[in-house]
Design a binder for this molecule. Structure first.
Ligand code: ME8
Length: 510
């Protein structure tokens, strides 16, 4: 049976334009999706936009447009940014699409049929920016405990989901599946939240219109989180096409999210699914939060980092690399131009870029650009091969743990090993001695093979650079990506090797 892999980003609200935080999550998912493809998996990678709810309705009103006009406009901003960042998603879901609406209605009906949805009355404090209800007790000085902004007292008729009924089942699931919520600190946070007791959840609103009407009672619209979370199955063709993508890809392998929306994904979503009789996702991974030059990103501080501008200035691969290399996935991080420039100059221009230029230049100088046949191994060659062979499992383990920075560290150990191999074998000295021609050929072969493997490893992170380097080595068939390509010895002697231009020009700083 074919190996499959399903990965999702959150669907982003259209009341805000995309910034570096959104780009971060989406790039991380793209990297893992590309990596799994390289490893021979059939991959489904989903992203999209969350277009309903009061927040979007209010933003549209403020702009003097309809919510759908706003959504149509902002969705283009997201889609063009993903294109610019080389995001290779399988589908893009919008919650205003008919296919999504059908899925939301169906899951609502299923839960209602089980008598786990009932009509009641609500009185609580509502934070509109967070689209969340709070009890009086949960408020901090009368404000939202999550974002600190003021809340409004709301009393309304509402449909409720019997979330309390699923408390024990959810606890048991989390306890039996230690990897369900990652990282571990997040898991502990959710465990103690559930142990405090789950209340029934209000899942409809009557105070505004912008949403999917409750089946059979269009005075109510369905709560935006009930609506939004369903995107993860509506994209797969649930409920109309149970034998297609839904069968192949559900349950999802990993929902990647920011830590801000952990509770929705690890309490609400799994209990909805339990009630609807649908299997739970395998894993929810919550990454950390980016600040900018030490400060929280906010429109009022005018410090929102605009990804389009960064790409124009530094190039797409440098941005993708930096975001995943700089901060362990799961921890908070700070974005600074100094740190970015430092990474570009040292890791990319110096370590990786120089390796590729020196290697391709030498094979051109000594062998007219035709890859020689390797001869017998010396100790230094065996060591190099061993380092590369060991990396296959190490990198794979880090990628499966979404430890992108560790995977990159392991890959850069390969870069260092290859650079050290050049110093140790001193090809320029071998070239001066005709009797060492065969030895020089072995060194060149091993070096270029190392460059090929590094290109394969870096390609999910830096697709343009990866493809560029592989093309220099006469390998342009990106489609031919299978596990075997990670074995040592894939380059064919006799291949024409093109001399590389600098991959990453150094950025001059004052
Ligand atoms: O919450 N640092 O959408 P949203 C890191 N529509 N990541 C950040 C970030 C930052 N400073 N800012 C945003 C929603 N993110 C809902 C989701 S899912 C069914 C519905 C990223 O537009 C991070 O992934 O507010 C966070 O979880 C997401 O954007 C929130 O996007």
């Amino acid at each position: 049976m074919e190996k499959t892999f399903y990965i999702t980003t959150p669907i982003y609200y259209v009341n805000d334009v995309p910034h570096i935080g959104h780009a971060y999550t989406t790039i991380a998912c793209d990297v893992l999706a590309r990596y799994k493809k390289e490893r021979g998996y059939k991959v489904y990678f989903l992203t999209g936009t969350d277009e309903h709810g009061q927040k979007v309705e209010k933003a549209a009103q403020a702009n003097g447009e309809t919510p759908l006009e706003l959504a149509d406009r902002v969705v283009k901003r997201f889609q063009s940014l993903w294109e610019k960042l080389n995001i290779d998603n399988t589908d893009f879901i919008r919650t205003t699409q008919e296919r999504h609406k059908k899925a939301v209605e169906e899951i609502f009906r299923r839960i209602e049929a089980k008598k786990d949805i009932y009509l009641g009355e609500y009185e609580d404090w509502y934070c509109t920016p967070c689209e969340t209800f709070w009890t009086e007790k949960q408020l901090l000085d009368g404000n939202c405990p999550d974002c600190g902004r003021p809340t409004d007292k709301l009393r309304e008729e509402s449909y409720f989901f019997r979330m309390s009924k699923y408390q024990d089942a959810l606890l048991e699931h989390i306890e039996k599946n230690p990897d369900f919520i990652q990282p571990r600190t997040r898991r502990n946070e959710i465990l103690s939240f559930i142990k405090e007791g789950l209340r029934d959840l209000s899942i409809s609103r009557t105070t505004f219109n912008w949403g999917i009407p409750v089946p059979g009672n269009d005075k109510h619209v369905i709560y935006v989180w009930f609506d939004a979370l369903t995107n993860y199955i509506s994209s797969l063709g649930f409920p109309d096409d149970p034998d297609g993508n839904f069968k192949d890809f559900w349950p999802c392998n990993v929902h990647v999210i920011g830590k801000d929306i952990l509770r929705f994904h690890t309490v609400y979503w799994p209990t909805f699914l339990l009630a609807a009789g649908i299997p739970l996702p395998e894993k929810v991974f919550a990454h950390g939060w980016w600040t900018v030059e030490g400060q929280k990103m906010s429109k009022s501080l005018r410090n929102v980092v605009e990804p389009n501008m960064l790409v124009d200035k530094y190039g797409v691969d440098a941005i993708r690399y930096f975001l995943l290399r700089e901060v362990p996935f799961g921890l908070d991080g700070d974005f600074s131009h100094t740190a970015l420039v430092h990474r570009i100059n040292s890791d990319l221009a110096n370590d990786h870029g120089n390796l590729v230029s020196r290697s391709t230049a030498m094979v051109n100088k000594y062998f007219d650009g035709v890859l020689p046949q390797p001869g017998a191994d010396e100790e230094v060659d065996t060591e190099l091969k061993q380092i590369f062979n060991n990396a296959v499992a190490t990198v794979d383990q880090h990628m499966n743990n979404l430890a992108f920075n560790k995977a990159l560290q392991a890959i850069w150990e390969l870069v260092s090993a290859a650079n050290k191999y050049i110093d140790d074998t001193a090809p320029w000295a071998l070239a001066k001695d005709d009797s060492q021609k065969e030895r020089l050929g072995t060194v060149m072969y091993n070096l270029l093979e190392a460059v090929r493997l590094i290109a394969l490893y870096t390609a999910p992170f830096m697709p343009e650079t990866g493809a560029k380097v592989l093309a220099l080595l006469g390998d342009s068939e990106e489609s031919d990506v299978t596990d075997v390509r990670f074995d040592w010895g894939g380059l064919k002697p006799g291949t024409k090797i093109t001399k590389s231009k600098p991959l990453f020009p150094r950025i001059e700083t004052e």
